[in-house]
Design a protein around this ligand. Structure first.
Ligand code: AMP
Ligand code: ZN
Length: 136
C-alpha cells in the first residue's frame, strides 16, 4: 500500500522509534503518546482491520504485545496497561492499517477509557439474546 503511513514505517521510509521486529510484525512508539511508553504493534502485511487479519499475523501481534507488556514494570515502573484496537472510523481508527495500542497505566493518571455512563434501550440480557441468536 503506497500511501499507507504504517506500510511506510514498516518499509523504514519514515524515521520511527522501533522497539521490536520479527518476520510478521513490528512494535514502535506512538508519535503522540497518551502516556509514557505508549506503543503500537502492527502486522507487516497491510490489512485494514481486525476482521481482515490472518490468524498467523494475529498470533504474532499478540505474542509481541505480551512480550512487551511483561517488561513494562522494568521499563516504565508500572505493571498496569491497556491494550486497545480501534476498529473502524466510528471506533476512532485514524490509520487504516490494523494496529494495537499498548498503553502503560498509572493509578493516578486521568485516562478513562470505559466511562460506563450511558443508559441504553436494550438490557444486557437482550444484548446477550441477540448476539447468541446471530452466532448460533
Ligand atoms: P488509531 O486512532 O487507532 O488509528 O491510532 C493511530 C495512532 O498512530 C495514533 O495514536 C497516532 O499518534 C499514531 N501515529 C500516526 N502516525 C505515526 C507515526 N508516523 N509514528 C508513530 N505513530 C504514529
Ligand atoms: Zn499499510
Amino acid at each position: 500500500m503506497l500511501e499507507c503511513i504504517f506500510c511506510k514505517i514498516i518499509a523504514k521510509e519514515i524515521p520511527t522509534e522501533f522497539v521490536y521486529e520479527d518476520d510478521r510484525a513490528v512494535a514502535f512508539l506512538d508519535i503522540h503518546p497518551t502516556n509514557p511508553g505508549h506503543l503500537l504493534v502492527v502486522p507487516k502485511s497491510h490489512v485494514a482491520d481486525f476482521l481482515a487479519v490472518s490468524v498467523e499475523d494475529l498470533a504474532a501481534c499478540m505474542k509481541i504485545l505480551q512480550k512487551i507488556a511483561r517488561v513494562l514494570p522494568q521499563a516504565y515502573n508500572t505493571p498496569d496497561f491497556n491494550i486497545m484496537q480501534n476498529n473502524g472510523v466510528g471506533a476512532g481508527q485514524i490509520v487504516p492499517h490494523l494496529h494495537w495500542h499498548l498503553i502503560p497505566r498509572y493509578p493516578a493518571d486521568p485516562l478513562r477509557i470505559y466511562p460506563h455512563e450511558k443508559n441504553y434501550d436494550e438490557t444486557v440480557a437482550e444484548f446477550r439474546t441477540k448476539i447468541k441468536q446471530i452466532l448460533a
